[in-house]
Design a protein around this ligand. Sequence first.
Ligand SMILES: NC(=O)c1ccc[n+]([C@@H]2O[C@H](COP(=O)([O-])OP(=O)(O)OC[C@H]3O[C@@H](n4cnc5c(N)ncnc54)[C@H](O)[C@@H]3O)[C@@H](O)[C@H]2O)c1
Length: 357
Amino acid sequence: MAYKYGVIGYGFIGRRHVNTLKKFEQSDCAAVCDIDPRRLKEVKELYPDMPVYERAEEMLACEKLDGVIISANNIAHKELTILAAENGCDIICEKPAALTVAEFDEMMEAVKKAGVSFTVHQQRRFDKDFATVKACYDQGLVGDIYTIQSSLYGFNGNMHDWHVYKSEGGGMLYDWGVHLIDQILYMVKGKLVTVYADVRNVINKEVDDYFKIILRFENNVTAEIELGSYFLNDQPDWFERHWFVGGNKGSMHVNKFDPEGSIVRTTRLLENVDEDQDKSAKSYGPTRSFGVPAPGLIVSEPLPKVTTEQSDYFVNYFNALDGKEEMLVKPEEVRRVLRVMEACRESAETKKSVEVE
Ligand SMILES: NC(=O)c1ccc[n+]([C@@H]2O[C@H](COP(=O)([O-])OP(=O)(O)OC[C@H]3O[C@@H](n4cnc5c(N)ncnc54)[C@H](O)[C@@H]3O)[C@@H](O)[C@H]2O)c1
């Protein structure tokens, strides 16, 4: 029998969740709730038989649901999670699960008390660009990795609707930061020693639209995350997604969500010889590292092939509910990401590194 879910918040991502629940044979979307009647009218036009509610309390009281997907504004996640847990529903909450670690702990108390399952829709763990980088990391394709750069550049500078209001949990750190940090913490295992961050409102009044985050891990990896939503450039392929991974056996660069790029190696390290014996020293300068490499010195290999889809998140979710595999996105991982986001804000304010673990 299919799991019956209710979707709370029928906006940009809520629409996708209704489709997904209908698509998977293990689930069905049994009801939709939104405080905005215009959104419910939209549901009725598409699915005339779908029960709709303006208040989550009412939906939970009237419908016999196995679970809910919470896809309302960030500010509402805490209250709705507690409500759903008290009504015995399993919960998938949209990211960021909460605005603070303290809020999240309150939510987890209610979840634990009710004995329901809780996870967060961090489906970008299945993005192809990230899966490509993770394959490189896991398989040691560039040797011992010392740097990972993850960036996302845009041109519009601001965000739609409530995303521009602080009171609604707006801003890019809550919106995209949570995905970009989650990807790094999911990939680079081990203790995170320090967080240094710059978080700014460049052209937005209330909320951040730029951040640079430096995460230093005990295993010697340093990860740098940069997002600029008003980061203009007229070069082709500037906007969107970029990764650079540096190791002692090569480098990898990945661009775009549908990844393009390569693994790059050098065929021969230049030897440290006396300047008089080495003609290249004259044209490339004394270190001979920063000029144009001589032909044949740099070789490229294709990126590893990955076959992930964002919908794999739900494949894992339903398999986990059926006890066939472990739930991928765990509450303790979600809490860790929120802790790092708090450290980012603290570091941005104090201009100092913050020790987190
Ligand atoms: N995982 C992802 O990739 C991803 C992508 C987009 C959005 N999101 C997250 O999904 C959530 C919604 O974002 P969105 O862009 O779809 O916003 P949206 O504004 O398009 O939709 C939110 C909807 O929730 C409704 N709502 C607000 N409070 C409510 C409440 N108490 N009860 C019922 N309905 C309520 C609003 O009326 C609105 O229709 C946010 O937390 C956002 O961060 C996640």
